[in-house]
Design a protein around this ligand. Structure first.
Ligand SMILES: Cc1cc2nc3c(=O)[nH]c(=O)nc-3n(C[C@H](O)[C@H](O)[C@H](O)COP(=O)(O)O)c2cc1C
Length: 338
């Protein structure tokens, strides 16, 4: 049996295969209110019908000030629970486990008004210069992640992923390139980790399901973070009951990224072996045999796919045929999936 179709369990949640839909912003909320729309109601359950084991929905803002765009999904108010619950129900009804990525954009927010970050440094000249966060604002943000987790639980999600990658707020604290604070949130790796550590504690207090963290393992810039440096932090994450590190890279500062099939897999492998902890490999993985190689060689535990699932929501079916795995078709598709 192909490993891609082997089951997996984390904290009592059973995954039917190792195929994960990576979070992808759709920017399809109406009226800047962060609510789910028909687009989400069609887009996400379609991937469930297509056989994806776990669907992690897009970066979902825990505070309006932390939106990447004004059309991001939100979970900053109780009014968001019903809409999120509806897409969870539709995904589950079609056989997938469900995850939400809790997010705050920090200095990469493109909303009206002031934006926040660890330090008052703009990403580039196209972005606003953020205000350096006060301790009170940090406290409010930690609380917002906890409130978001409570709402995600009420909506019925199986997995919470904390977005600590791609140069968004938590990542801005983790990397010395973006964090030039001189208080207890900046300087040493312990201090730069403090915001993520507090967010994980706050989420753990209200959440006992599988907990993932997405990191940018490599900043591709001198003086920035590397996978080896992240090993120290992923050990701390493991102590804080994190079950899986979703290993992405880049976007912390403008940098040239060498991109090729599987370009981030080595980072997932380093984190997995050195921590050790379960990892997700992501980034230009499109071929079933490539996915199988990564799993069989013990380089990661889950395969996260993003753009390939935009092209082919039935990738799991395609992969099963190619790898000779026998997977259950949705009953109405039985005559087609043979
Ligand atoms: C349209 C689009 C939206 C994305 N939005 C998010 C997001 O909300 N959160 C996130 O962590 N990554 C996001 N990403 C990055 C993907 O999750 C993934 O890491 C990246 O596309 C590389 O994987 P791929 O080669 O399979 O597409 C996005 C990517 C795309 C193409």
């Amino acid at each position: 049996m192909a490993k891609l179709f082997e089951e997996f369990e984390l904290k009592g949640v059973h995954f039917k295969n190792r195929i994960v839909m990576a979070p992808m912003c759709m920017y399809q909320s109406d009226k800047e209110d962060g609510h789910v729309t028909d687009w989400h109601r069609v887009h996400y359950p379609t991937r469930a019908v297509g056989g994806v084991g776990l669907i992690i929905t897009e970066a979902t803002a825990v505070q309006p000030i932390g939106r990447i765009s004004s059309r991001d999904l939100g979970i900053w108010s109780d009014a968001h629970i019903d809409g999120q619950g509806e897409i969870v129900r539709l995904m589950k009804a079609n056989g997938a486990k469900t995850g939400i990525q809790l997010a705050h954009a920090g200095r990469k927010a493109t909303v009206d008004g002031d934006i926040q970050a660890p330090s008052a440094i703009a990403f580039n000249d196209k972005y606003k210069t953020p205000k350096a966060m006060t301790i009170d604002e940090i406290d409010e943000t930690v609380q917002a992640f906890q409130d978001g987790a409570v709402r995600a639980k009420k909506a019925g999600f199986d997995v919470i992923e904390i977005h600590a990658a791609h140069g968004y707020l938590i990542n801005q604290f983790l990397s010395p390139l973006t964090n030039q604070r001189t208080d207890e949130y900046g300087g040493t790796s312990e201090n730069r980790y403090r915001l993520l550590g507090r967010v994980l504690d706050a989420v753990n207090a209200v959440w006992d399901g599988p907990l993932f963290v997405r990191i940018s393992a490599e900043d591709y810039t001198d003086g920035g973070m590397t996978p080896e440096q992240y090993v120290e932090m992923t050990k701390w994450m493991k102590q804080q009951h994190v079950d899986l590190i979703d290993v992405s890279s880049g976007a912390v500062v403008p940098a040239q990224i060498p991109v090729f099939p599987g370009y981030q897999v080595n980072f997932a492998e380093t984190i997995k072996k050195e921590t050790p902890i379960a990892t997700g490999a992501v980034g230009l993985i499109t071929e079933p045999r490539h996915a199988e190689e990564i799993l069989q060689n013990g380089r990661a535990d889950f395969i996260f796919l993003a753009r390939e699932l935009l092209r082919n929501p039935y990738w799991a079916y395609t992969a099963a045929r190619e790898l000779g795995a026998d997977i259950e078709a949705p009953v109405p598709y039985d005559r087609g999936w043979i």
